[in-house]
Design a binder for this molecule. Structure first.
Ligand code: GDP
Ligand code: MG
Length: 597
């Protein structure tokens, strides 16, 4: 396909503004998917994506579209819409010349609208603004067209009005893509260079890699090289997706498609890497390659200890499809054998856990998630702490640094006070504030990741009656007064409950956790103190009073079979008990104490 008739674009939008629905409608309008084959969110292929209504893995589809007698090839690259996957979004954008900026006509601009727009502008993309959901009675197209035009510069009249639901405006939108977005430019006879913007593991075909060719061409049977690792492979198949994979004789300048080399692990086909020709390699890669960096760690343990090998196998399999997932074995006195796993964020953690339970039939406990801390000791040595129970104690710690984020919050101006209060309580530093219009304001904060990654968004929503939106990105690290709080049962430390908190919040964590455990741990034959401690200093304490637990006493002699049954039942119960020192703790108590609510 000649570059002049190619248009590469993506759709960027705040979550729920209708990107997937509009993509579906485009597939229909261009005849790529027949009405009888249509299912909602056609491009969101993973079951989990459909159920949660979010896009995790990007996909690229080629659609034919004719304007004035010329047949164009439009490549639509779907991008993930969640902050956990920002790096994948930025790679998808780098594969395009233009972006459709989609805004819900009843909501207006939100935090991810801005974040994605800035990413698109950094990649020099041509922006086509569009208001979606204009079929809604609550739509305010004039108001928000003005807002959009103010934001990107331009005339409110140039903002397209569409409905992904009814299909209104979709054909005009396709025409506009052809007219406004530049055709790709590259050097056809230069050494091949193609950027990987996604790779997916398929159990039948191995890794399917999505690429955008910049220079030269890729053809079947060619030997290719990955520029970051120098690994080489033979191209077994190459093609375009429309909407199913169709093998072709090759991909040239500006084309978007997939390739298959038979590798079995997505880590050998890294998002952001450059593919070149082994025989005639390019000298410079397309740049931008980054290893995904886990931001949030949690321990995953099988509920039933004998599932440990299955959990390991399941993680090995998931890893084939998820370059961002990291894990290593760990043991916990309280929970037994498991894995310490690193994730891009909380959503990534939830999805991974969900998939392990669902696709691999495992029942899991996950420990309270934590961020990564960098610790400098007084002798100058450095430790990276991904598990709070491994936090070095004693007077030898010189400095602890925690990861920071820069956050953008958009909300109606009435809520500025409430938002500032929340951010202050979370140790935030205000970076700036701008009015997008009379009644909508953008606040920029620098905050510790640990303060926003867990419940911040829920808090923000409840303090702004659901009107605020949030986006954030990693922004270095900073030293803070951080301490490890241990939880002790009868003087024995329970590793799964150790937490690293700011010194000001250590006490409330201690009180909360000891209180929770007092409710959850059954009485024993002896008194059990539950304590929270920083080092050797106790900061909170609860007591579980002793009982005399004599099961047989209830039976008043007599019926021997009933006694036996009771004894068996008690034995049964014991199997699910974990011993912490002399204290028997039912596994349920651990799970309940670790669950966040
Ligand atoms: P995404 O998160 O941006 O991919 O958004 P979805 O396409 O999943 O849409 C979010 C919600 O908005 C879904 O409930 C859709 O049915 C609804 N929706 C999407 N487009 C329209 C539209 O044009 N009109 C109306 N009324 N609802 C829409
Ligand atoms: Mg979607």
């Amino acid at each position: 396909t000649a570059p002049e008739i190619i248009r590469n674009f993506c759709i960027i939008a705040h979550i729920d503004h209708g990107k997937s629905t509009l993509a579906d409608r485009m597939l229909q309008s261009t005849g790529v998917v027949q009405p009888r084959d249509m299912k909602a969110q056609y491009l969101d292929r993973m079951d989990i994506e459909r159920e949660r209504g979010i896009t995790i893995k990007s996909q690229a589809v080629r659609m034919p579209w004719e304007v004035d007698g010329t047949a164009y090839a439009l490549n639509m690259i779907d991008t993930p819409g969640h902050v956990d996957f920002t790096y994948e979004v930025s790679r998808s954008l780098a594969a395009c010349e233009g972006a459709l900026l989609l805004v819900d006509a009843a909501q207006g601009i939100e935090a991810q609208t801005l974040a994605n727009l800035y990413l698109a502008m950094e990649n020099d993309l041509t922006i086509i603004p569009a208001l979606n959901k204009i079929d809604l009675p609550a739509a305010q197209p004039e108001k928000y067209a003005e807002e959009l035009a103010n934001l990107i510069g331009g005339d409110p009249e140039d903002v397209l009005l569409v409905s992904g639901k009814t299909g209104v405006g979709v054909e005009a939108l396709l025409d506009r893509i052809v007219a406004d977005i530049p055709a790709p430019v590259g050097v056809p006879d230069a050494p091949a260079r193609a950027m990987i913007f996604d790779s997916v593991y398929d159990s039948y075909r191995g890794v399917v890699t999505y690429v955008r060719v910049v220079d030269g061409a890729l053809t079947p049977r060619q030997r290719i090289q990955m520029m970051s690792t120098r690994a080489s492979h033979e191209l077994l198949e190459i093609g375009v997706i429309s909407p199913e994979p169709n093998p072709t004789k090759g991909l040239g300048v500006g084309e978007v498609g997939y390739l298959i080399t038979g590798v079995k692990d997505v880590r050998q086909s890294k998002v952001g890497d450059t593919v070149t020709d082994l025989a005639k390699p390019a000298t410079e890669s397309l740049g931008g390659y980054e290893d995904p960096k886990p931001m949030v760690f949690s321990g995953l343990y099988p509920l039933d200890g004998s599932d440990y090998p299955d959990l390991r196998d399941a993680l090995d399999k998931l890893k084939l499809n998820d370059a961002a997932l990291v894990y290593e074995p760990e043991t916990s006195a309280a929970l037994g054998f498991g894995f310490r796993c690193g994730f891009l964020g909380l959503l990534h953690l939830e999805i991974t856990r969900d998939r392990l339970e669902r696709e691999f039939n495992l029942d899991l406990i996950s420990t309270a998630p934590n961020v990564v801390y960098d610790v400098t000791m007084e002798d100058g040595s450095e430790t990276v702490v991904t598990n709070p129970s491994e936090f070095p104690t004693g007077g030898k710690v010189a400095e602890v640094r925690e990861p920071m984020v820069s956050a953008t919050i958009l909300a109606p101006s009435d809520f500025v006070g409430a938002i500032m209060e929340l951010c202050q309580a979370r140790r935030g530093q205000l970076g700036g504030m701008d009015y997008l219009s009379e009644d909508r304001v953008e606040l920029r904060y620098r905050l510790p990741l640990a303060e926003i990654v867990f419940d911040f968004f829920d808090q923000l929503k409840s303090k702004t009656r659901g009107y605020a939106s949030l986006d954030w990105k990693a922004d270095g690290e900073e030293a803070a007064d951080l301490v490890k709080v241990d939880i002790l049962l009868q003087g024995e430390q329970v590793d799964a409950f150790s937490a690293i908190t700011h010194r000001d919040k250590a006490y409330s964590y201690g009180v909360m956790m000891t209180g929770k455990l007092r409710e959850l741990i059954p009485r024993q034959q002896f008194e059990v103190p539950i304590q929270a401690a920083i080092g050797s200093r106790i900061i909170a304490r609860e007591n579980i009073r002793a009982i005399r637990k004599d099961v047989l006493a209830k039976c008043y002699g007599g019926d021997i079979t009933r006694k036996r049954k009771l004894l068996e039942k008690q034995k049964e119960g014991k199997k699910r008990m974990k011993m912490v020192g002399r204290v028997e703790v039912p596994q349920e108590a651990f799970i309940a104490a670790l669950s966040s609510d």
